[in-house]
Design a protein around this ligand. Sequence first.
Ligand code: CO
Length: 159
Amino acid sequence: MALRNIVKDGDPVLLKKSREVQKFDQRLHTLLDDMQETLYESGGVGLAGVQVGVLRRIAVIDVGEGLIEFINPKIIEKKGTHQVVEGCLSFPDQYGIVERPVYVKTEYFDRFGKKHIVEGEDLFAQAMCHEFDHMDGVVFKSKVLRMLRPEELQQRREE
Ligand code: CO
């Protein structure tokens, strides 16, 4: 495994749409392994292909319940909305309030091309929406209702 560089704010690749994965081969597995290592090293909860400069519809997410690799995901159901604090590994130290569904159901493929369905609530639902947005070239800052000031962030961390 190897660490990949995370693309940062201002890089136009973040606004590009990713293409579907066609081949579930060793090259894909290596990329997913590298993304997993990069995610854990960074301390984030999710990382999409575009964030390591690969315009493929893939993401890794771990909200503390184990890693899931999402390939060609599609949200097939959403319920509720709430306003939540959000950040992104490509936007270090920037956080804002975003409106996200409370619940989502997603259909996706694993690294071997097998189809799965997963349901998620709260942070997991938020992470899926955030990472899948990346696949369409959408960054959280384009959806932010209001950015948080550093002192507000500090306050929220202490709560
Ligand atoms: Co992000």
